[in-house]
Design a protein around this ligand. Sequence first.
Ligand SMILES: C[S@@+](CC[C@H](N)C(=O)[O-])C[C@H]1O[C@@H](n2cnc3c(N)ncnc32)[C@H](O)[C@@H]1O
Length: 518
Amino acid sequence: MEPTSRQKVSPFLDPGSITKPNSLAVIQLSRDNFVPVYLKQVDGEHDGYAEGAVLNTRFGSFPHSTLIGVPWGSQIRASKVDTGSRGRKRKRQGADDATEGASSEANESNKNQKNDQASAEGLNGTKQAVADSSGFVHILPPTPEIWTTSLPHRTQVVYTPDYSYVLYRLRAKPGSTIIEAGAGSGSFTHASVRAVYNGYPAEGKRTGKVISFEYNEDRYHKMQEEIGEHGLKGLVHLAHRNVYKDGFLLDGKSPEADAVFLDLPAPWEALHHLSRTKPKKDGEEQNGDAEWVSPLHPKKSAHLCTFSPCIEQVTKTVSAMRRLGWIDIEMVEIANRKLHTLRDRVGLNLQIDRGVNNSPRDVEEALTRLTEIEDRFRENARPRPAAEDTEMGEDDISGEAEGVSKPATNGKPKVEAPKPKFPWQDGRLITRGEPEIKTHTSYLVFATLPIEWSEEDEAAATQKYPVGEEQKQVVGTLDRKSRKEERRAELQNKSGNRKARKQERDAKIAEAMTTTTA
Ligand SMILES: C[S@@+](CC[C@H](N)C(=O)[O-])C[C@H]1O[C@@H](n2cnc3c(N)ncnc32)[C@H](O)[C@@H]1O
């Protein structure tokens, strides 16, 4: 399903093969250091840079023009940028403030002149970037995982090991509707929208959606902005609301959710809004209210997860879940550990380098080295002839300095490590875990609320799967009565055969006896 003509497909859902202007990209500075950047295509000077919009990092400056239209994953070299005009602009601004705009006309003409100059220097009025040797970065497409590590943190966020497990347990799939509260920094929102995405909404078609609630006004506005910039309008519905008080309906209507994720300080205070019928209060005889609208899908079991940092909160949540009829309640803690996979190059004759372990590769190499050392030791312990007694003068002594003589191989050929076919196959492949687990973020409580089973549901099921009637059904080609008769005939047949055989045997015995007597 295509988005509307004015709406672009989110780069989180389909980034395409190359970077595009006016869309989000992630700059990787080092292995775990990412910076999100909204790629801007501007004509002429921008913020004092003749090269247009520029990203400044500790590895140098990167005009956006060098980041646009390149394949994702490309390495981008830093550029020399015209910071002079930026400096001049700042100075000029100071002067402007002092004279309170007296020279605004002059400044305008100055700016126009500079733009004219820039047009002469580059395409579309923007000065063309010139590569610099200060460094490079990589440009990556935004994914929920990268976004989680690079997003501007406005709150504690849900990390990838947690949300991947949560989404699996919530049975999130293309077409699902997930309720989320609170939205916070949007880490979970991005992961869940990718999980439920099966197209942008279209007339008459129900598509996957995330219904998100946030109480803090600043966070709500920031998040709303991000949803627009990331092309997620129509897929994420964000509401500014205190869900403890006002629940999860949208304009009084049910979002018909099949999964709910609560990352709130007191999830048990929101649970009564997630009932299928109005929960009864103390003193009330029974629950139920014809006016009650549940935010859950009436024909699907609802799967719920709450995310709480301490066990006291878990206890309160679980007891509220029990009271409200949730079943299969279970608590899980994710203890995630990173594994680093690398090639370990071991050997005595390897050049000292990163990832090289200069110890013997195996017993054979260790023995060879020990033999060399012993030979050298014996050689040095032998009394030396005086220099004048030898044919060589002192100046003639060539070769290695003391202690760095070539290793003796004791007459044996030197053992060389077998050369790998490709450089990246060099060394042993090893995996090292982090020494300690330090990722405890929260306890996850999961529960399920089955669908309500009405009289009509029972009647429909009975009609579809009739119970007790199957006894009268014909099995095979004969009914029960015929099968009985058939069996009786079979038995009679068998007993008749037995009788005949006995008669035959008796006759034979009688005949034999007659012959013997005769
Ligand atoms: C830990 S943050 C959520 C982080 C989010 N799950 C993420 O991955 O980025 C909790 C959020 O819940 C919001 N919140 C707290 N009480 C709320 C309420 N009653 N209704 C709606 N949102 C609430 C807070 O403002 C906060 O932004």
